[in-house]
Design a protein around this ligand. Structure first.
Ligand SMILES: *Cc1c(COP(=O)(O)O)cnc(C)c1O
Length: 352
């Protein structure tokens, strides 16, 4: 064995949902938005001049920061922009979690958190969510090196009241609490306003789900200016020019199209509630969701078999062979037409 093998950083990476490409497929496996980005984004894209690509982009994505500060009624120095919220979260782990004590996040949550903790050699512990997949706030009121909560949580789709999260933040003022609000625009209660009250809170959001811009890779953090500066310092010690010019420009257009944003998120919420009721009629157990997906199981069906059968028919959903959730599927809310196809397949499958 070569000696250098001992010095390679080894890690089991995060496994993203597959990206199949069939013309007839129904893709409900990565929580993408079925609707196109805002019309203003499409218009601005046609105006892009390749000539501008000679020049480096703005390292702080300033035009996007200005648009977001206006939309959320916050200050510009409270924003940090990254290449998707995965970038923002990874940078936040690196910047804020440097204690000897373990950081805390639930046993069932976004499966990137343990990967980053391992990559950066941050000790971590994962308190168990209860039998209905609810996060127990008491579990986060013990000594720790920091806290990460996805709210609403993934893949469970369950949201936590802002008042419970506030209690966790309030009881942990010696460490940083990161709240990952990737799905917040589908009905959850955001804790972003609490950034003005607690200096240990970092709220992270993304354009990938509610803004239909997963392919542009835009995410951001909101926190007090001191934490934001710390994030910028780490990022600028790593790679200053992360976000490209088109993403900055098109991100601004998306934020400006306020009506479109609310109309598409509302459409998805309406579809989600309808699909939830239909699935319950078929005997599925479906927790109330505050996201753009449903986390489903069925007492009489093997979910792995159902997953494979859907897949054979080019309907893609997500399944994990992991403790506690191997009998569940995560189903992204697509267009009404896509969901009707999914429901009619489920209906037939239940009658086999
Ligand atoms: C989708 C998702 C993200 C990351 O999304 P980006 O595309 O990197 O912005 C982060 N956290 C959770 C819980 C997610 O589901």
């Amino acid at each position: 064995m070569k000696a250098w093998k001992d010095n390679i950083r080894k890690i089991d990476p995060y496994v993203a949902g597959e990206q199949p490409d069939f013309p007839d497929m129904i893709k409900l496996n990565t929580n993408e938005n079925p609707y196109p980005p805002a019309p203003k984004v499409e218009q601005a894209m046609k105006m892009q001049q390749a000539e501008r690509f000679r020049l480096y982009p703005d390292t702080n994505a300033t035009p996007l920061v200005k648009a977001l500060a206006e939309f959320y009624h916050m200050e510009e120095d409270q924003f940090f922009i990254g290449v998707g919220s995965d970038d923002v979260l990874a940078m936040s782990f690196l910047t804020f979690f440097n204690s000897e004590k373990p950081i805390l996040f639930p046993d069932i949550t976004y499966s990137f958190y343990d990967v980053w903790a391992t990559l950066y050699r941050i000790p971590y512990r994962q308190p168990k969510v209860d039998e209905n997949f609810y996060i127990r706030k008491e579990d986060y009121m013990v000594p720790n090196g920091g806290i990460v909560l996805a709210n609403p949580n993934a893949p469970t789709s369950i949201g936590m009241d802002a008042s419970d999260i506030e209690e966790i933040i309030q009881r942990n003022q010696d460490v940083i609490v990161i709240v990952d609000e990737a799905y917040i625009d589908f009905g959850g209660q955001s804790v972003m306003p609490l950034v003005n009250k607690y200096d240990n809170l970092v709220v992270v959001q993304t354009f990938s789900k509610s803004r239909s811009m997963a392919g542009m890779r835009i995410g951001f953090a909101v926190a007090n200016p001191e934490l934001i500066q710390a994030l910028k310092d780490v990022k600028n010690s790593y790679n200053s020019y992360t976000m490209n010019r088109p993403s900055i420009l098109l991100g601004v257009e998306s934020v400006k199209d306020v009506d479109y944003f609310y109309s598409t998120t509302n459409k998805i919420i309406t579809t989600r509630e309808r699909v939830k009721e239909e699935l319950r009629k078929l005997g599925f157990i479906v927790p109330d969701s505050q996201t753009n997906f449903l986390f489903i199981t069925h007492p009489k069906l093997d979910m792995n078999d159902f997953f494979n059968s859907l897949r054979e028919h080019h309907i893609y959903v997500r399944h994990w062979n992991k403790p506690r959730i191997s009998e569940y599927l995560r189903v992204t809310i697509g267009s009404d037409q896509e969901m009707d196809t999914f429901l009619s397949f489920a209906n037939k499958y239940c009658k086999l």
